[in-house]
Design a protein around this ligand. Structure first.
Ligand code: IPM
Ligand code: MN
Length: 353
């Protein structure tokens, strides 16, 4: 039996997590597997109920289960709280406490959606790369940090061991793919980036088969939209990975398509890249595919069932090719369906496969 903690969170979080949960249940039935899915409050929803975005109980549950499934956190209601009380701070704390130092964000183009992006189909078609973002270090966590009336400050700092473990993992990932790794930094300006680059080259000696390229982050932002097919595996620090993965989102047509897996040595958390989208919350309009694809990543990484991951991806692909679209990926004239309807279609394709 596998134990999953689900943290629906705020905005569209509960809707997309509900869809993904139904997918897990359908897979359990189909493959005769047993899951216990335990829901816990997190984010603004938790703050309203318990006065805290991340309660000790929720954190403990996340530490005890096999995998965490997260929807999204935040919204206008909690925007004016002090910085360290905001839902975003709770998400960072959760990542840190669970030791989730590696964030995988695959950007893959679904053939059926090649027209949904603002980029030209011929540029996109065949794109398949993954961004590996360092998630528990860098400027997101560096001290000192703060602001007063006269200045604001943050610190970008990386310890050697933090760089080594993410870079090693990226080389490993590249070995399992096309053996091409691009390390993205700003070594022409930032000492912290030069430090990162030096370590990347040291570790490269252990992976001589991997073709390594260094790229400055400004150039990388351009290259991702100019010629995304050139990339296989990207590794980068926390802040650059945050920005570049949103850019990569446009390659799949919508952030609503992009899953992610955050992995540490013990724990793992899966979440869509998109936010809580308060403007469409509660309207059954949200795209559940990023969350369903995050479940696919969970089956691969946490449950070692790559076959089921592929089944999920195939069911998503089939559903898209049948013309089902949520509003975020629809072109004029497309059949726009609800969160629940596209989930139903994915589940029926899963059952049929
Ligand atoms: C993401 C988000 C988070 C981040 C925020 C919500 C803290 O943008 O997961 O990309 O910056 O890491
Ligand atoms: Mn982000």
């Amino acid at each position: 039996m596998f134990t999953i903690v689900s943290l629906p969170g705020d905005g569209i979080g509960p809707e997309v997590v509900a869809g993904a949960t139904r997918v897990i249940q359908a897979l359990a039935e189909k493959h005769d597997l047993e899951f216990s899915i335990e829901e816990h409050p997190f984010g603004g929803a938790s703050y309203d109920a318990h006065g805290e975005m991340l309660t000790a109980e929720t954190l403990e549950a996340c530490k005890e289960c096999d995998a965490v499934l997260l929807g999204a956190v935040g919204g206008p209601k909690w925007e004016n709280l002090p910085h360290d009380k905001k839902p975003e701070a709770a998400l960072l704390k959760l990542r840190k406490e669970l030791g989730l130092f590696a964030n995988f964000r695959p950007a893959k183009v679904y053939d059926a959606l090649v027209d949904a992006s603002s980029l030209k189909p011929e540029i996109l078609s065949g794109t398949d790369f993954t961004v590996i973002r360092e998630l528990t270090g860098g400027i997101y966590f560096g001290q000192p940090r703060g602001y007063d009336e006269s200045k604001g400050w943050n610190t970008m700092v990386y310890e050697r061991h933090e760089v080594e473990r993410i870079v090693r993992l990226a080389f490993d990932a590249a070995m399992k793919r096309k053996k091409r790794l691009v390390s993205i930094d700003k070594a022409n300006v930032l000492e912290c980036s030069q430090f990162w680059r030096n370590i990347v080259h040291e570790i490269h000696k252990d992976f001589p088969e991997v073709e390594l390229q260094d790229m400055y982050v400004d150039n990388a932002a351009m290259q991702i939209v100019r010629d995304p097919k050139q990339f296989d595996v990207i590794v980068t620090k926390n802040l650059f990975g945050d920005i570049l993965s949103d850019i990569s989102g446009m390659i799949t047509g919508s952030l609503g398509m992009l899953p992610s897996a955050s992995i540490g040595t013990i724990h793992a958390l899966y979440e869509p890249i998109h936010g809580s989208a308060p403007d469409i919350a509660g309207q059954n309009k949200a795209n559940p595919i990023a969350t369903i694809a995050s479940v696919a990543m969970m089956f691969e990484h946490s449950f070692c069932m790559k076959n089921i991951k592929e089944e999920i991806y195939a069911a998503i692909e089939k559903t898209l090719s049948e013309g089902f679209r949520t509003v975020d990926i629809a072109n004029p004239g497309d059949r726009v369906v609800s969160t629940t309807a596209i989930t139903d279609a994915i589940i029926s394709n899963l059952k049929a496969s």
